[in-house]
Design a protein around this ligand. Structure first.
Ligand code: MN
Length: 161
């Protein structure tokens, strides 16, 4: 099956014969688009935050983990899209490969996209096992780098029907 072009960078960085990471993008039934947060104990520990968008997982690496207190923000480095099957991946990426280290699912579930801004900013409600509530991801271009976004915990809506 042909892969979306957007996964070209993912594939370029990895050798299928050397890593157990998935290369397929099959959509499974769920009540909404899925998200996953993976704890990735690589050269530097970080949390990979992924949202299902357009047949792939849009992905950000969050060095300090997902902010939990309203108003709290964390650097989120935009990285290459991952295939949908990555959402269930846990395992060890062997030494010498891109992202070598252990990947564990820290949370997963579905999300509701509430707003998509012209600059790419996203506001969404996560419905996971650990996490529930509103977050926003905004391109922040910190230090002039367009890959540097911010993940911000939002206050709950007070007038939610
Ligand atoms: Mn990672």
């Amino acid at each position: 099956m042909a892969q979306p072009k957007k996964l070209a960078e993912y594939e370029r960085k990895r050798d299928r014969k050397q890593t157990p990471e998935p290369f397929t993008s099959k959509r499974r039934r769920s009540k909404g688009p899925i998200f996953v947060i993976q704890r990735h104990d690589a050269r530097r520990l970080h949390y990979d935050f992924r949202l299902e968008m357009n047949g792939a997982l849009a992905s950000w690496a969050v060095p300090k983990g997902v902010p939990l207190e309203p108003g709290q923000r964390a650097l989120a480095v935009h990285v290459e899209d991952h295939p949908l099957d990555y959402a269930t991946f846990e395992g060890v990426i062997p030494a010498g490969n891109y992202g070598a280290g252990t990947v564990e699912i820290w949370d997963n579930g579905t999300f509701e996209l509430l707003e998509r801004k012209r600059d790419g900013g996203l506001t969404f409600r996560l419905e996971g096992t650990r996490l529930e509530g509103l977050w926003t991801l905004v391109p922040a271009h910190l230090d002039g780098d367009e890959k540097n976004w911010l993940l911000i915990k939002k206050h709950e809506e007070v007038d939610r029907v």
